[in-house]
Structure formats: structure tokens, C-alpha cells
Design a protein around this ligand. Structure first.
Ligand SMILES: [Zn+2]
Length: 86
């Protein structure tokens, strides 16, 4: 069975809102921070983004670009932080 810490649970609760762009700056910061510290959640985030991209493609949604930009920015922020931690 998968062990999930409180930080991971919080991350998963925020995941939907993060991808919808509904987090406060504070929440966003801690969300990103956890993704840089926790490979499991990082993977989950990437998986969720992939899933949404496929879903939007299937539904031919118009806000495609907006989401792509947001998701891209999220991943770039995470990558930058990981890079600077080295
Ligand atoms: Zn985690």
C-alpha cells in the first residue's frame, strides 16, 4: 500500500485548483515547493497535466492554450527550483 504523508494529501487536494489557476499565491508557493521535494507528487502532477491535455484534445475544448500555458508555467517553476537547489 502507498504511504501518504499529510503534505502529500494537501498537495493532492490543491492539485485540481492549481491546474485551474485557483490557488492563492501562498498556496501556489507551497504547492510548487512540495512538488520539488516529493518525486511521487511531482509525477502525479505531470500525470494529471498529461491526462487533462488528452481530455481537452478529445473534447476539442477552446481554452486549450490557456491551460497549456498554465501547466507549462507550473512545470517550469518546479524545474527552476529543483535546478537551484543543486
Ligand atoms: Zn508528496
Amino acid at each position: 500500500m502507498e504511504r501518504v504523508s499529510n503534505a502529500c494529501l494537501k498537495f493532492r487536494r490543491l492539485l485540481e485548483d492549481a491546474l485551474d489557476g485557483n490557488l492563492s499565491p501562498e498556496e501556489y508557493k507551497s504547492f510548487i515547493k512540495h512538488a520539488t521535494l516529493c518525486p511521487t507528487c511531482h509525477r502525479k502532477l505531470r500525470g494529471e497535466i498529461m491526462f487533462r491535455k488528452l481530455l481537452q484534445k478529445a473534447l476539442n475544448k477552446k481554452q486549450d492554450n490557456l491551460f497549456q500555458n498554465k501547466a507549462q508555467q507550473l512545470l517550469i517553476s518546479i524545474k527552476q527550483i529543483i535546478y537551484h537547489q543543486r
